[in-house]
Design a protein around this ligand. Structure first.
Ligand code: NAP
Length: 521
């Protein structure tokens, strides 16, 4: 196929009045479409359920963004059966044809971009630039995995011995379950599903209960792009009601999951148990949480470090698996960096990204849901015992939106709860290190290992961190969020996941079976 070389999707320039106007137009159009119902999609048919899940706007929880069907084990069974039946013909569809469908889905997303951004803003409470980066990432996944499939379609070279031909190639696996989180509802759902689909598998897609409308739009786009009936099935529902069933079923060949450590470990455990009629070891791709640290040493460009700490800690209200939640500062620069971080974080604009006061300049929106609001508020209380709150106040009434102000605790001990557990909100723990060794030890002394950063001009420190910083994605002298597809393959070590490296060259083979076929002549 004659494709142009892969390139990341461009972001909007929000200083451009035309982009702002288009966004306001999309918010208004999508605003009129709020409150609709979206049934399940199984085998191309719309399937109604007895109960529904209401998806709420986290900036204004009285506003229903939409309602989706609430799958039970009955519908989960139908979806798995449909995906299993559809596997035969889809797995035999030419890789080029599957790739074209992904490229068409990317084209549709580009055309519908502002609409998608508006859904993200309403359902996810995302500031505009965060929504934009996320939809760009979804497009990148589609473009990148399509090209990856074309690269891998005939296998990869190996050696043969004289008189024989050895071939090494890949085949699709079967029907898989895609389980997505709410924090990147377009990008992660699209990424996980498109990798599985382009590789020739069929899928049952379960979006998060908090962002199922975005999930429904992604499903619609796959349909419109030409994914055949039954190959992609959309199954919104509560993880607690259908998750175990989907994971445990004998027909499930693989599970591609992104979410919390707790759920990921449960899925891994359940998937490992063989059930009746199961004829394979289920493959689990699980990308989980993080407690990501940025180390600032005494040689660093402090102003730039402070700016990147703030960006990495408070982008999407700290609700990124890659968010900086620990700043580990060398004692000699501790006070200076802390003051700069506090001043920059204080200047962030908090608001409802879709509201009348909202706009491209809102930096911090709400957290996603009432449970998340309660969880983060709980950690803010714990922090009062474990550090000195140098920024932030107690969150207000969640009825007025799940807003949590950017919060900084200084003087936190490395072993404190707020320095060890994933909070997933706008709360930063600042920790003092006596030297670089100490800083690296503190950073690594955590069960997670997703992202990490070092700000330093000391080559020796950077080279040590290159090998010794226990994180799947390590960044030097820059922020630690916003991994670009094809440029910064993403995935964690330790209890952050299976190190699958989404958006990288090793990702697609995780969705396929490698075959070695040798013929003697
Ligand atoms: P979560 O609570 O673990 O939920 C993730 C998904 O799993 C949701 O669709 C959820 O459904 C489903 N689920 C819940 N219980 C299940 C079960 N027993 N079996 C199967 N599925 C089940 O995580 P989240 O709160 O949505 O997402 C935030 C977490 O994701 C954070 O820990 C974050 O660090 C992590 N994350 C990691 C990455 C990465 O690349 N490493 C990227 C993004 C986010 P319901 O919504 O219905 O509960």
């Amino acid at each position: 196929m004659g494709l142009i070389p892969y390139e990341n999707e461009k972001y909007q320039d929000w200083s451009d009045a035309r982009a702002q106007e288009k966004m306001r137009g999309a918010l208004s159009t999508v605003g009129e479409a709020l409150g609709r119902s979206y049934p399940l999609i199984i085998g191309g048919k719309r399937v109604e359920t007895d109960a529904e899940i209401a998806s709420l706007d986290p900036s204004e929880p009285s506003r229903v963004v939409g309602r989706v069907g609430r799958a039970t084990e009955r519908e989960a069974d139908m979806a798995l059966e449909t995906a299993t039946q559809a596997f035969g013909s889809w797995s035999r569809t030419a890789p080029e044809a599957r790739a074209r469908i992904m490229l068409r889905a990317a084209g549709i997303m580009r055309r519908r971009k502002f609409e998608l951004l508006a859904w993200e803003v309403y359902e996810g409470g995302k500031p505009w630039s965060e929504a934009d980066a996320q939809v760009a990432e979804a497009i990148d996944f589609l473009e990148y995995y399509a090209r990856e499939m074309l690269r891998l379609k005939d296998g990869v070279p190996i050696y043969s011995i004289p008189g024989e031909e050895s071939r090494y190639f890949y085949q699709p696996m079967g029907a898989g379950v895609i389980i997505a989180p709410w924090n990147f509802p377009t990008a992660i759902l699209t990424g996980m599903a498109s990798a599985a689909l382009v590789a020739g598998n069929t899928v049952v897609m379960k979006p998060s209960e908090f962002t199922p409308i975005t999930g429904a739009i992604v499903a619609e786009i796959f349909e419109e792009a030409g994914v055949p009936d039954g190959v992609m099935n959309y199954l919104p529902g509560y993880g607690s009601e259908v998750g175990d069933y989907l994971v445990s079923d004998a027909r499930t060949r693989f599970i591609s999951f992104t979410g919390s450590m707790r759920t990921g470990l449960r899925i891994n455990e359940l998937a490992a148990r063989q059930v009746k009629n199961q004829r394979w070891i289920k493959r689990v791709i699980a990308e989980m949480g993080g407690k990501d640290a940025m180390i600032i040493d005494d040689s660093a460009d402090l102003d730039s470090a402070a700016a990147d700490i703030v960006k990495s800690a408070y982008g999407y209200s700290g609700q990124k698996c890659s968010a900086a939640s620990r700043a580990i500062l060398h004692a000699d620069v501790y006070d200076e960096v802390l003051n700069m971080v506090v001043e920059r974080a204080r200047a962030l604009k908090i608001g409802a990204p879709a509201g009348a006061e909202g706009g491209a300049d809102v930096n911090v929106g709400p957290v996603i849901s009432e449970p998340q609001f309660e969880k983060v508020s709980g950690y803010i209380d714990v922090g009062k015992e474990e550090g000195e709150r140098v920024l932030g106040e107690d969150p207000g009434d969640p009825k007025n939106g799940y807003f949590v102000p950017p919060t900084i605790y200084a003087g936190v001990e490395p072993g404190a709860k707020i320095a060890q557990e994933e909070i997933f909100g706008p709360v930063l723990s600042v920790i003092r290190a006596c030297d670089f060794d100490d800083a690296l030890k503190i950073a690594n002394d955590n069960p997670y290992g997703l992202t990490g950063g070092v700000y330093s001009k000391n080559r020796e420190h950077l080279e040590r961190a290159r090998h010794e910083f226990k994180a799947g994605n390590v960044y030097f002298n820059r922020g630690i969020t916003g991994a670009l597809v094809g440029v910064q393959p993403f995935g964690g070590l330790g209890l952050s996941g299976t190190d699958s490296k989404a958006g990288g060259p090793d990702y697609l083979p995780l969705h396929m079976l490698a075959r070695t076929v040798v013929e003697r002549f």
